[in-house]
Ligand binder design. Sequence first.
Ligand SMILES: CC(C)(COP(=O)(O)OP(=O)(O)OC[C@H]1O[C@@H](n2cnc3c(N)ncnc32)[C@H](O)[C@@H]1OP(=O)(O)O)[C@@H](O)C(=O)NCCC(=O)NCCS
Length: 166
Amino acid sequence: MIFKDVKSNLSSVGKEEVKTLVSWIRTREDLALWSGNTFQKGFSAGKMQLHLQRTDLNSFAYLDKRKTLLCYADIARREKKTGVLCRVIVHPEHRRRGVGKAFCRDLLLWAKQYGNYSRIHLNTFGHNKAALACYTALGFKTVSVETKCRRVNGELQDLVVMAANL
Ligand SMILES: CC(C)(COP(=O)(O)OP(=O)(O)OC[C@H]1O[C@@H](n2cnc3c(N)ncnc32)[C@H](O)[C@@H]1OP(=O)(O)O)[C@@H](O)C(=O)NCCC(=O)NCCS
């Protein structure tokens, strides 16, 4: 098998990508589904630029043929070999085509090959069927469920913690 250099698929996140990402977050629900409690005081390009300066995380993008943002996510280091896959998002017009799964698979490869991670955790909402299906297909298993603990769009939702060994 030819060794796949995952770095060649993944791009860094600059000002243009941040601008595109911000345009995808139109409602409070979009913000909650994508980023949980991260941007509780509001979301803007400036806040995202500050987020990208966090020293405990690596951020990643997929770009399309025109070099426009197609996906964004980051991995935050929690312990020496444990990371948290966070804030995964696919361009709203390109969902349900396998892009999210391919992107997350590349992120897990990066985490193993370059990030020195052996375990990845993530949090998602119980009603986020797309995210749950995407992560389950990649081998994530549910570790715990906090029932009705976060309000999204006026309704209390479950928070699901998932994990995968690399
Ligand atoms: C979650 C998200 C990243 C998934 O990306 P995607 O490109 O749409 O997903 P894929 O096309 O790769 O599909 C992956 C799996 O999810 C399933 N799926 C995708 N959208 C679905 C939906 N709306 N309902 C149910 N299942 C869905 C697919 O059928 C596929 O399952 P399979 O592997 O069993 O065939 C994308 O929907 C998104 O950006 N959502 C908004 C932000 C968000 O919620 N992020 C998650 C933060 S935890």
